[in-house]
Design a protein around this ligand. Structure first.
Ligand SMILES: NC(=O)c1ccc[n+]([C@@H]2O[C@H](COP(=O)([O-])OP(=O)(O)OC[C@H]3O[C@@H](n4cnc5c(N)ncnc54)[C@H](OP(=O)(O)O)[C@@H]3O)[C@@H](O)[C@H]2O)c1
Length: 241
């Protein structure tokens, strides 16, 4: 059986491109989207390119949808080889200054952490039994250099002026999950890494970003065959946590 990958938030942007590039490598890709119409449309596009992709519905904050998806993957494939935790949000208003650490509202923090952190931890934990059935599994947590505390505390870094607190803190927490989970799984078949895609033109990255989505997806795709664990990586280079 070919490798099975699950990509969350795969209907557009980096998730869509990551699904395409994994499928081009011969992987069967389950493209998760919370919206049926957008998800099936995205899958249709890649199927027309001759790629082996399937639509699965997943609003990452809904535990019942996670549970149904685990059952579906178990009964259809019996394993999962690659989990790309890609779905993410940056709250509207960020990064223009309304959500700085001084003034960010609790509901913005909660909503951001729900999608970018809590749901991701829950989904990953629930997929672990299926990942353990793979000969060699990879978890890719799509993070951001903005979540690096080393970078954020370095005033000479150009990234340190970009301080949307809810988003950045949610990615720092995600990085912590990568470090802790990689350590917990170090004697298993599962490797866990964080990816920084670069600054990429998507609905989240905005029009001024220098990279296109196919370039941005490369880091996640390369981590699907990484021979290391517990690292934070962009384009093959390690980033400080
Ligand atoms: N673009 C960049 O420059 C950049 C840089 C660093 C890191 N990243 C990270 O890369 C990842 C992908 O971002 P992107 O730039 O491709 O953004 P995007 O184009 O806005 O795509 C985000 C994807 O996540 C999905 N999503 C959001 N909330 C969800 C939820 N509750 N349940 C399920 N799916 C949900 C969206 O679905 P809908 O279409 O239904 O909203 C969409 O498919 C994110 O984790 C982001 O933080 C991006």
């Amino acid at each position: 059986m070919s490798k099975i990958a699950l990509v969350t938030g795969a209907n557009k942007g980096l998730g869509f491109e990551t699904a395409r590039q994994l499928a081009e490598e011969g992987v069967t890709v389950l493209m998760a989207s919370r919206n049926v119409e957008k998800g099936t449309e995205a899958v249709k596009k890649l199927k027309e390119e001759g790629l082996d992709v399937q639509f699965v519905q997943l609003e990452v904050t809904k535990e019942d949808e996670i549970d149904s998806l685990v059952k579906h993957i178990d009964s259809t494939y019996g394993k999962l080889d690659v989990l790309v935790n890609n779905a993410g949000i940056m709250h509207s208003g960020e990064p223009t200054g309304v959500n700085t650490a001084e003034i960010v509202k609790a509901d913005v923090l909660k909503e951001t952490f729900d999608v970018n952190f809590f749901s991701l931890v829950s989904l990953t934990q629930k997929m672990l039994p299926l990942l353990k059935k793979s000969e060699s599994a990879r978890i890719i947590n799509v993070s951001s250099i903005l979540g690096s505390n080393t970078v954020q505390s370095d005033e000479t870094s150009p990234w340190s002026s970009i301080k949307p607190f809810a988003y950045n803190a949610s990615k720092s927490a995600l990085n912590s999950f990568t470090v802790h989970l990689a350590a917990a799984l170090k004697d298993t078949n599962i490797k866990v890494n964080s990816a920084h895609p670069g600054w990429v033109k998507t609905d989240l990255g905005g029009k001024n970003a220098p990279l296109e989505a196919p370039e941005g997806a490369k880091t996640s795709v390369s981590l699907s065959s990484a021979d290391f664990t517990g690292k934070f990586v962009h384009n093959g280079e390690e980033i400080a946590w």
